[in-house]
Design a binder for this molecule. Structure first.
Ligand code: SF4
Ligand code: SF4
Length: 133
């Protein structure tokens, strides 16, 4: 989900509170926060259903807008030259070089949309796709 912070909430320890007080797991995928202005945080949140529900109420009470999203990577595979640059930065294992064929394999189900491959590919074959959950 994307959390959109009002300026007055930017200095609050939101993720710390979510973890300590509501016992949820937070994985920060991207952050765009500027002091004194609105900020955005792309996170994955998981935990017991009751805890997650209470955490969402906490965020709502803090005037933090919650937007569930599905963020996926589009890959223009046909133009790939199998240089391996993207596989070397993909820590989730979604991109991997086949040792036998020396060709790139993409497993979208393993992709966590970290965006590292977007910068790594010299041919710019990856791009982000956002969808509302
Ligand atoms: S976005 Fe991240 S996890 Fe997904 S394929 Fe690219 S480097 Fe791998
Ligand atoms: S970096 Fe680009 S060209 Fe190189 S293997 Fe990855 S997708 Fe193919």
């Amino acid at each position: 989900m994307v959390l959109t912070f009002p300026a007055e909430a930017i200095d609050e320890p939101i993720t710390y509170t979510l973890i300590k007080e509501y016992d949820v797991m937070i994985n920060i995928l991207n952050a765009d926060i500027t002091h004194g202005r609105e900020g955005n945080l792309l996170i994955e949140m998981s935990g017991e259903e009751t805890n997650v529900r209470e955490a969402l109420v906490y965020l709502d009470n803090k005037q933090i807008q919650i937007s569930p999203v599905i963020k996926t990577i589009l890959f223009r595979e046909s133009r790939c030259i199998h240089c391996g640059a993207c596989a070397s930065v993909c820590f989730s294992g979604a991109l991997d070089m086949d040792t036998a064929t020396r060709e790139l394999k993409f497993s979208p189900e393993r992709c966590i949309a970290c965006e590292l491959c977007i910068k790594a590919c010299p041919l710019q074959l990856f791009e982000l796709n956002f969808g509302v959950n």
